[in-house]
Write a protein that binds this ligand. Sequence first.
Ligand code: SAM
Length: 263
Amino acid sequence: MKDIQPPHLDQARVRKSFCRGLGSYHGAASVQADIASRLAEMLQAEGAPRRFTSVLEFGCGTGHLTRQLLQRFEAGSLVLNDLVPEAAQVLKALEGIAPEQARFAGGPIENLPLPQDLDLIASASTVQWIPDLQALFCRLADRLKPGGWLALSGFGRGQFHELAALGSAAAAPSYLDADEWMAVLPKDTEILQVAQRPVKLEFGTALELLKHLRQTGVNGHAQQSWSRRRLQEFENAYRERFGRNGKLPLTYDPVLIVARKSG
Ligand SMILES: C[S@@+](CC[C@H](N)C(=O)[O-])C[C@H]1O[C@@H](n2cnc3c(N)ncnc32)[C@H](O)[C@@H]1O
């Protein structure tokens, strides 16, 4: 990673923001839904076994990735984690497809007591919220069996670059490009595939764009107050710098990784 000191993060604000967006997230987060499906496909394409004995997914949210994984793989046991305790409701939504041995464990993954002998650790669209990824993956890889799998997605440095250019403080602390992941994962893990491909959404107005950020909870690090005047100024500046055919583009920069611990 380029930054030596892990960047600061107000995790209580991130939790509040995702908790507030929980009801609207599943329908609004179309980019994350697509990422989850691509990540599960990539894991399958890299030759992961049809059945895992013990799976951990962190940052499960409303279960976009969980569903995609359970459609393609069997899991003997499954621990689902999210920072937001209310995300436990995902277990209800997964009734019928989750294994009997599925449980939810709330709180930051950084401090979660971890199961032993995992053979898959998965996470989609969450690692960008973890300030010290090296420390986290050192701990996680330690619980992975030899030959165990990692299926991860985060976002690269181009994530929401329009907002960053306009001075927004909404950025998550750990945006990493594809080529930076090798330095983050422990030496005994091999990256089998990594893909980074930006996706642009378009909005008619700044208000619609901000509503999208709010509904998906992804602006967890931003201040919330917008006066009418500030909103107008923001929209004018956005149009002037980035407007295309009357629309306001917003760039997502997903990075997908499938890796394996040495056998
Ligand atoms: C953008 S959502 C992704 C949800 C789901 N994985 C998906 O693909 O739709 C990010 C999730 O990560 C969770 N999260 C953020 N920081 C976390 C942390 N330190 N530990 C566990 N979960 C975290 C948030 O609460 C949120 O539900």
